[in-house]
Design a protein around this ligand. Structure first.
Ligand SMILES: C=CC1=C(C)c2cc3[nH]c(cc4nc(cc5[nH]c(cc1n2)c(C)c5CCC(=O)O)C(CCC(=O)O)=C4C)c(C)c3C=C
Ligand SMILES: [Fe+2]
Ligand SMILES: [Fe+2]
Length: 322
């Protein structure tokens, strides 16, 4: 009898991470790891550690836990559940690879996942950070972990996807999700793309994130056969006091409502899977604010999640980098 040999090639889908439970304690653990990453907050550690642990986390954790509770599912946090399901579907579509998922913060931890694969005899690892647009704050932080593992295991071939905001299959997948929504519900008066923001200072210092959001938006407009100016591009989820990328999503939506726009279609092409920032901030809070300002409906178009188009886009992205 012939035994099939275990795959020597692994693909690791990496997402940001999310709390283990919708409780203040779990949110505190998650946020303290996330917000102590110098890629995310660049303040001097001696100043930032006490500010974060003594002021920000005690205040923010219960408030944010409440937000997570509003979107929590039987399978846990939506970000974790969708990422897990996506990895399982990619595994079925790519049987020649061993597919794993990992989180940059929290569990399953990226470094441990990579060490586990190496211990199992894998000798080639492709890492796909699930961020279509590169940012030092997200993809850069995944690269930091991979760099440490690479130094420890020079015999392993590591490849890390930098970005995929212009990958034709990904662009087409987002365009198809918008087309399907228009077919089902009719086209709203305004199409708006809301990306997670970052501090403007980072972009001034060379972070290509804003340029990637712009270029991806132009590519999706082209795939839809509409003008780039038919799409409003905004940034959401500001954290802290710095000026972040503009225009901000919420005031833009409120102004649209005041200007008489009744229906707005909102897509979040920076998020691979639905999460707190899309389900709670956009589809709940911002939708309510749009209506309170005089709008009729904010129609949220879901992320690619674990759909076929996402699985195919990932196959194409990994294939292009193999
Ligand atoms: C998609 C790309 C993302 C970028 C770029 C990004 C930058 C960034 N984020 C923060 C602070 C927070 N982000 C939070 C949640 C969160 N952020 C992303 C993605 C990006 N962040 C996702 C997918 C999520 C949701 C996680 C989930 O569990 O569903 C949070 C936590 C929520 C809260 O406390 O409001 C914070 C904080 C900074 C500072 C930053 C760049 C400097
Ligand atoms: Fe974030
Ligand atoms: Fe947010």
């Amino acid at each position: 009898m012939q035994m099939s040999k275990p795959s020597k090639r692994a693909l690791v889908l990496v997402n940001l991470g999310t709390p283990a439970a919708p409780t203040a304690e779990a949110v505190r653990d998650y946020l303290s790891e996330f917000l102590m990453d110098p890629r995310v907050v660049q303040l001097p550690r001696l100043l930032w550690w006490p500010l974060l642990h003594w002021v920000i986390l005690p205040r923010r954790s219960p408030v944010v836990a409440h937000k997570y509770a509003a979107i929590w599912t039987e399978e846990g946090s939506p970000l974790a559940a969708f990422t897990r399901r996506l990895a399982a579907r990619v595994q079925s579509a790519m049987p020649q690879w061993r597919v794993a998922m990992a989180m940059r913060y929290g569990e399953p931890a990226l470094a441990k996942t990579l060490e586990g694969l190496i211990a199992d005899g894998v000798d080639e690892i492709a890492v796909l950070p699930l961020y279509p647009q590169y940012s030092t704050t997200t993809t850069g932080s995944v690269e930091d972990v991979v760099a440490k593992l690479r130094a420890r295991h020079p015999q392993i071939m590591f490849k890390c996807v930098h970005d995929y905001h212009r990958d034709p299959r990904w662009v087409e997948a987002i365009a198809a999700s918008i087309r399907a929504h228009w077919q089902q519900h009719g086209r709203g008066e305004q199409l708006l793309f809301s990306f997670h923001g970052i501090p403007e200072r980072l972009v001034r210092n060379g972070d290509p994130y804003a340029a990637h959001c712009e270029a991806g938006t132009a590519a999706i407009a082209e795939a839809l056969g509409i003008a780039r100016d038919d799409i409003l591009l905004t940034y959401q989820s500001r954290f802290g006091r710095d000026r972040w990328l503009q225009p901000y999503t919420l005031p833009t939506l409120q102004q649209l409502a005041r200007d008489g726009v009744r229906d707005v279609d909102v897509v979040c092409p920076g998020f691979a899977v639905d999460c707190l920032e899309t389900l709670e901030e956009i589809a709940m809070l911002n939708a309510e604010a749009f209506i309170a300002a005089g709008g009729h409906a904010l129609r949220y178009i879901p992320c690619l999640n674990d759909g076929d188009a996402h699985v195919q886009a990932i196959q194409s992205i990994v294939g292009a980098h193999a």
